[in-house]
Ligand binder design. Structure first.
Ligand code: FMN
Length: 214
């Protein structure tokens, strides 16, 4: 057995104390997200994992890119017929997770997922580079395909077809908004006495703030 017992780090880059946190978790998220974006060692601050529950009741997680956020929630884009899309149709609950090792911070968000409006998905789709637009059309995300050439040939054919034509968003591709009801901010601290601040939405209105043991 490969032994990793001695692989441990001392976390000492920051602290998260009640007297300097925001009352609203989206504002707190914004503070931390801006720190991550500005950090020279973090190349994709908006990469997050999204866990959904599949039909066998087992959670399954994968990375996606956060594309916008506001008071309502966190938006990402994907194929609605993908494996995650199908699991979301059955169970709208999801858990989002950010980990920024360079800041020794993680954020865990429990949320209800909803499709965003067709208009909003159209708007974002039309802002994407042509290659990404065609990629979204070509890829039957999460389905078995015969080989890599299958994708490359499809892409070539579509590039010809759409050479002088506007690319319309396929109906099976669009955004989800994750509307949070719990957000935990974790800051690594020395001696494993990390800071964990939990915001919990009560009555759909008020954010209750508590501290959790590490
Ligand atoms: C850093 C990173 C960012 C990604 N961003 C997205 C994304 O925004 N949307 C997406 O559908 N897949 C994205 N992917 C691919 C997904 O992780 C995943 O492979 C794909 O969505 C299929 O997942 P599913 O079969 O669980 O539905 C990303 C992967 C990585 C590593």
């Amino acid at each position: 057995m490969e032994n990793l017992h001695d692989k441990r780090k001392v976390y000492q880059k920051g602290e998260l104390l009640e007297n300097c946190i925001k009352e609203n978790p989206i504002e707190q998220f914004r503070d931390w997200f801006l720190d991550a974006e500005e950090h020279p060692q973090i190349s994709e601050a908006n990469a997050m994992s999204v866990a959904t529950i599949e039909q066998d009741d087992c959670p399954r997680t994968r990375m996606v890119l956060l594309k916008s956020y506001n008071w309502e929630g966190f938006v990402f884009y994907t194929n609605y017929e993908s494996r995650k899309g199908k699991s979301i149709e059955e169970n709208k609950k999801a858990c989002l997770h950010f980990f920024w090792p360079a800041l020794e911070r993680q954020i865990i968000i429990k949320a209800d997922l909803e499709r965003i409006s067709e208009n909003m998905s159209d708007g974002y789709f039309s802002s994407r580079p042509k290659g990404s637009q065609l990629g979204a059309i070509v890829s039957p995300q999460s389905q078995e395909i015969p080989n890599r050439e299958f994708l490359e040939q499809e892409l070539k054919d579509l590039e010809k077809e759409y050479q002088h034509k506007e690319i319309i968003r396929p109906k099976n591709w669009g955004g989800y908004i994750a509307k949070p009801y719990e957000i935990e901010f974790w800051q690594g601290r020395p001696n494993r006495l990390h800071d964990r601040i939990l915001y919990r939405l009560e009555n759909g209105l008020d954010w209750i703030i508590t501290r959790l043991a590490p």
